[in-house]
Design a protein around this ligand. Sequence first.
Ligand SMILES: Cc1cc2nc3c(=O)[nH]c(=O)nc-3n(C[C@H](O)[C@H](O)[C@H](O)COP(=O)(O)OP(=O)(O)OC[C@H]3O[C@@H](n4cnc5c(N)ncnc54)[C@H](O)[C@@H]3O)c2cc1C
Length: 360
Amino acid sequence: MTDPVHRADVVVVGAGVIGTAVFHELAARGARVTLVERDRAGLGTTAFSGGIVRCYHDDPVLSDRAAAGWRCFRDFSEHTGEPAAFHTSGFLYVPAPERAAAARAEAARLGGELPVTWLEAEEVTKRFGHLLAAPATTGAVWEPESGWLDPAEVTRGFLRAGRRRGGTVLEGVAVHSPLRSADGRIAGVRTTSGAVRADRVVLAAGADTPRLLAGWGLAHDLWAQAVQVELYRPDAPALGQPAFTDDEFDVNGRPDPDSGGVYVGHPTGARLASPPGREPVDAAQSQLAAAAGARRWGWLPDSRHLGGLRAAECWAPDGRARVAAHPDEPALLLATGFNGGGFKMAPWAAVEIARLTGLA
Ligand SMILES: Cc1cc2nc3c(=O)[nH]c(=O)nc-3n(C[C@H](O)[C@H](O)[C@H](O)COP(=O)(O)OP(=O)(O)OC[C@H]3O[C@@H](n4cnc5c(N)ncnc54)[C@H](O)[C@@H]3O)c2cc1C
């Protein structure tokens, strides 16, 4: 076994929003934690994220995880001691018509404890009619206190807070293989600047995770998939535009006050060949997003397309992420597979990893 250059209780691989949230949580709970990032922190998929934080999901398990994220992000500076502005744009969820009754019931459940309400169709039109091309005929979920944060601010905040609590950050250092003990079990990682021995390894390498696991000979059911969003600037300002997910027309997005525009995303369904790299924007996908977005938002056809953002994200088949020990390697904890929605889930994932390491 290579002599360790470093000893930690936990080594976290990857400094996106997930890895830095885990790093901070474990350091705050007194663990000796080392975060290893091959590049600079926060320059992976997280740098492309819309940073939308909302509670409602079709799946109550995901709603509860997202609500934990919302609570943390609303009080980010109380939680970390670092600033990160929460931009309260409100969040509107339009269900697919056949899911409207279930959405109404889930909104009622969440509304018992959180600022989540159900708006009847007339109320949606009253509040948002000036923005809509098509009315939300079945009603919608409304979260007046949800919105978005700047992912760079959040990642830096978690990183600084974790360092202040004694954590170590190795940037510009890539992990290439697991370090194994005499009995063959994972006992750390080998990196481009030596080994880090640790009781637990947290793999938070985002879209690189499937490739890393395969390279280490470990079974998995994950894949990398492209996420793409477009930025449109309406001719006339879209006043009162909320962040949104629309399952009737398959679009999502949020306002962007910096450009006076609105981000609009539409699922790509594009699995990526491994290894994923920086993804060029796909013009055909931009057109699909424009067409889908124009079905809901009346301002979209009279907008200027300011460009798109596209990045690779780690996907898991059941939509419930992989924040769990690897079935064959109990010391290896996965923290990935968020299917395009991991930003808001980072605080939940961090506490879940603390629980799995016996710290929570
Ligand atoms: C365009 C877009 C918009 C999105 N909008 C939202 C949104 O509004 N709300 C939301 O909740 N989610 C959103 N998401 C999803 C969210 O951004 C991701 O789920 C989240 O950023 C994933 O974070 P991560 O830490 O897992 O991955 P990453 O940010 O990719 O971090 C992984 C890190 O691991 C590092 N790494 C990889 N391999 C190694 C190695 N071998 N050694 C060391 N380091 C390594 C990488 O360099 C990288 O920094 C969006 C995604 C995209 C692409």
